[in-house]
Design a protein around this ligand. Structure first.
Ligand code: SAH
Length: 355
């Protein structure tokens, strides 16, 4: 049986070589590729009709064969505390995803989703409760940033892939996205200003290291040992902490980029002095930074935030071992806290409508 490969039509996810193939198949000259790429990723127009230096005939041919992915903002919430904005976007198939825009002194940051839902099952995370519906295309990842840039009118200097979904469970689309967003002919976001967060899919960390990107890898560790990690994160049954930490160390060796460990402090679960000490022993030899995040309680689980004093003690302990550590500032805590919560509350409101 001959293998049938489906024709790719998502034009905004295509790299230059693929766009060259499209223009060739339409009998168009090669220089049109540059113009098309420019309209999509530098000028970031919302439709083919705005591409005024492409002939009407070409625009019509593109329209007929290559759907132009755009997102529709269905809800925008602005925090009165710090100006953080949460966006709920509707995708072409009716699914919704969320993205966040944050202002820091060093520039504006956008946090994007990489999947609709998630199948990783981390116990404290709202994004995973309905499971994985589907991965996002590269264009849908790009569009979250393009739309936020358009709606806010503000420059975007940093990107974090820390919204709903496990980016390394959507590897090919993620890599496509990273290439296009950092392309100097597109939005040209410096790879050094991009962070990809993973729960730790070990073989994919090795694969990512081979790409030799200059992005930061954030690793969701959340525990000082395998036993505690398994209680919070099902992925820890598949890969031991030793395997994950070896992969991180390899990532640093290959890219020279310091690893950023995420550690959500959950009251009474992973926040004791002994936990801090054990964590230090495990990671002190790695070139890393630790981000302590007071867990954001979700109503489906009864995890609680650690006390302020406990958080500060935990931080001090790490610092005593010479580890770089910050306590993550909580942004937009008045507008549907943790990742996945805005989408979840939107979905449950709308499910209630149809009852
Ligand atoms: N799947 C990826 C990226 C998405 S989650 C990952 O696991 O890293 C982004 C970060 O938020 C992860 O560190 C995740 O563990 C954390 N997170 C999820 N729910 C949280 C919550 N309720 N409180 C604090 N951090 C949470």
């Amino acid at each position: 049986m001959t293998e049938q490969t489906e024709k790719k039509t998502d034009i905004k996810s295509m790299n230059i070589e693929e766009l060259q193939g499209v223009m060739k198949s339409l009998g168009e000259p090669a220089f049109k590729v540059k113009q098309l790429f420019d309209w999509m990723h530098e000028k970031r127009v919302r439709s083919y009709d705005e591409m005024t230096n492409l002939s009407k005939a070409l625009r019509d041919k593109l329209k007929a064969e290559y759907p132009y992915v755009s997102l529709e903002a269905v809800e925008v919430q602005t925090s009165r505390l710090d100006g953080t904005k949460k966006f709920l976007f509707r995708l072409g198939d009716g699914n919704v995803i969320e993205s966040v825009w944050m202002q820091y002194h060093h520039g504006n940051s956008v946090c994007i989703s990489s999947q609709v839902g998630c199948r990783m099952g981390c116990r404290f995370c709202a994004s995973t409760i309905g499971g994985l519906l589907r991965p996002l295309s590269a264009s849908e990842m790009l569009e979250q940033i393009y739309e936020i840039r358009r709606i806010t009118g503000e420059r975007v200097s940093n990107i974090v892939v820390m919204g709903t979904g496990e980016p390394l469970d959507n590897y090919e689309n993620l890599v496509r996205f990273l290439r296009i967003i950092s392309d100097e002919k597109g939005m040209h976001i410096s790879q050094r200003n991009i962070t990809v967060s993973t729960c730790g899919i070990v073989p994919k960390i090795y694969e990512l290291a081979r790409e030799k990107f200059q992005i930061t890898l954030a690793l969701s560790l959340h525990a000082p040992n395998d036993e505690k990690r398994r209680a919070l994160m099902p992925i820890a049954h598949k890969y031991s902490m030793e395997e994950v930490l070896n992969a991180c160390s390899h990532y640093f060796d290959e890219t020279g980029r310091r690893i950023s460990f995420e550690y959500a402090l959950v009251g009474g679960e992973n926040d004791s002095e002994e936990d801090a000490r054990e964590l230090c022993e495990r990671i002190r030899k790695l070139n890393c930074h630790v981000n302590l995040i007071p867990v954001n309680p979700i109503k489906e689980r009864n995890y609680v935030k650690s006390d302020k004093k406990v958080i500060v003690n935990f931080k001090n302990k790490l610092e005593k071992y010479g580890i770089n550590v910050t306590i993550r500032r909580e942004m937009g805590s008045d507008i549907d806290g943790a990742c996945g919560q805005l989408r979840k509350s939107y979905l449950s409101d709308h499910e209630a409508d149809t009852d």
